[in-house]
Design a protein around this ligand. Structure first.
Ligand code: SF4
Length: 195
């Protein structure tokens, strides 16, 4: 039997686990989430293809490790989800989330509102527990803490939704509606049309 060679890419899921674990030590580590938002587009601009999605996304790696050949139905998502308008709703929700994150952080920065120091699911639902902060890294400005909690919440929400879809359908069903994929496709389409 031919054994498949495992590369470091097989272990990218560890990055996702590490990201959420680090939040329990100090929420400021949630700033690492900005890498997940920017790296796909930096690689897209450099390589003119979805390099991140095709081999480097730690979240997709986690979906694969947990649910490859283990999902409930073993089928792709329903048409309304994977081929319908769902990806546009998810993109609008994501952009709205980014807008709220930016504006609320600005308000905290200007001293017009208190920072929100809790994790929320889908913006509206506050998780009923406080994040333990095992590692004291000193005092950070309120706006940086607010932004950290908002970034962690955004990553938490999309990962939970992705895990749910992976559990029910195929592991990478989330990718069909993931805003990174939708925006990447828009950019690639535009680039091809300009050639
Ligand atoms: S579509 Fe989203 S979740 Fe899927 S690989 Fe790309 S960035 Fe990761």
């Amino acid at each position: 039997m031919v054994q498949k060679r495992r590369s470091w890419k097989n272990y990218l899921y560890v990055v996702t686990i590490l990201f959420f674990t680090l939040g329990f030590f100090n929420i400021i580590f949630a700033w690492l989430g900005f890498a997940c938002l920017t790296l796909p587009f930096i690689l897209l601009a450099k390589n003119k293809r979805k390099t991140w999605c095709q081999g480097y996304c730690p979240r997709a790696s986690l979906f694969g490790v947990l649910f490859h050949n283990r999902s409930l139905t073993g089928k792709g998502g329903p048409n309304w989800l994977v081929r319908g308008k769902a990806k546009w709703f998810v993109l609008i929700y994501f952009l709205f989330n980014l807008f709220v994150l930016t504006m609320s952080t600005l308000m905290v920065f200007m001293g017009r509102r208190e920072p929100v120091e809790s994790i929320r699911f889908l913006i509206a639902f506050t998780l009923p527990w406080d994040m333990p902060q095992f590692l004291n890294l000193g005092i950070f400005p309120d706006w940086t803490m607010h932004l950290s909690f908002r970034m962690y919440s955004m990553m938490f929400t999309t990962t939970v939704l992705g895990l749910l879809l992976a559990w029910i359908f195929k592991p990478r069903t989330w990718c069909t509606v993931c805003p990174v994929n939708t925006v990447s496709n828009l950019i690639l389409d535009k680039t091809r049309n300009e050639v």
